[in-house]
Design a protein around this ligand. Structure first.
Ligand code: SF4
Length: 251
């Protein structure tokens, strides 16, 4: 059944039929493997499929799978200007080992220009939500242009918010279908994949950094802490806004 209707600008229209198709497929794929979910996304959306990654262990695992299933899928990274040098080096190691050249997508303003707007006081210290909006969300919206679906690497067991993610849903914020191939897997499953397949990963994970984002908003976590406790430590914020609950009609 073709449920696809496009807007004048070529975006996918979230018609009732499309949302029903995605919901039914999501249910059907609940017991599928991550590879099967990725293969479905690649076949269903073809060149209109994209992936965003921050090079976490889950993202690296999906990149490994994409290199086998759909290596021409365009993949981008939100290069905020505040990433760890280890993260940027991982981009090159992935390219060399897996043959996937992740595009670094940058905000319009450099870090220097951006911080000059607030008198040199970085916004991540006072208003990280605005900083994430300016340096991640707006850039992802640009990355979404001309695309119909994106793959994300979230797992349901990462946080109560992420626990509600569907395998496939509609992402209102970006006007894309969203595919979560790893929704049902665990952290130990991901690390087993990495070890068994020698998938490149961020060396900061060996130094107590369980979840890695921008360096000003990331710290290593102690024993017994939640795996995302090191993100925006000291703020109530737990997500950068890319994966917040209300983005998905099907949750
Ligand atoms: S994670 Fe921190 S530095 Fe990075 S965009 Fe968000 S607030 Fe800014």
């Amino acid at each position: 059944m073709n449920t696809q209707v496009l807007t004048e600008s070529g975006k996918l229209e979230p018609t009732e039929e499309l949302l029903a198709e995605l919901a039914a497929k999501s249910e059907e794929l609940e017991t599928a493997t991550p590879e099967e979910i990725i293969a479905w996304g690649a076949e269903r959306f073809g060149a209109k499929l994209t992936m965003g990654t921050a090079f976490g262990p889950e993202g690296c695992t999906i990149l490994y799978m994409l290199s086998k299933i759909a290596p021409n899928t365009p993949v981008f990274n939100l290069d905020t200007g505040y990433q760890f040098r280890e993260t940027l080096a991982l981009r090159d190691r992935i390219a060399e080992k897996l043959g996937i050249e992740v595009e670094l997508m940058k905000p319009d303003l450099t870090v220097e220009e951006y911080e000059a707007q607030t008198g040199g006081l970085p916004l991540y210290k006072t208003n990280p939500t605005q900083c994430c909006f300016d340096r991640k969300i707006t850039v992802l919206k640009r990355g979404a242009e001309g695309k119909h679906a994106w793959i994300s690497a979230i797992r349901r067991d990462q946080s109560p918010d992420r626990a509600k993610a569907s395998i496939v849903g509609w992402d209102k914020k970006f006007g894309l279908a969203k595919i979560n191939p790893l929704a049902n897997v665990t952290k130990s499953w991901v690390w087993r994949m990495i070890t068994e397949n020698d998938i490149p990963y961020n060396p900061l994970h060996d130094q107590g950094y369980t979840s890695i984002g921008c360096w000003p908003c990331t710290r290593a976590v102690g024993a017994g802490e939640d795996e995302r406790a090191g993100r925006w430590s000291g703020f109530a914020k737990t997500e950068c806004g890319l994966h917040t609950l209300d983005d998905d009609d099907n949750k």
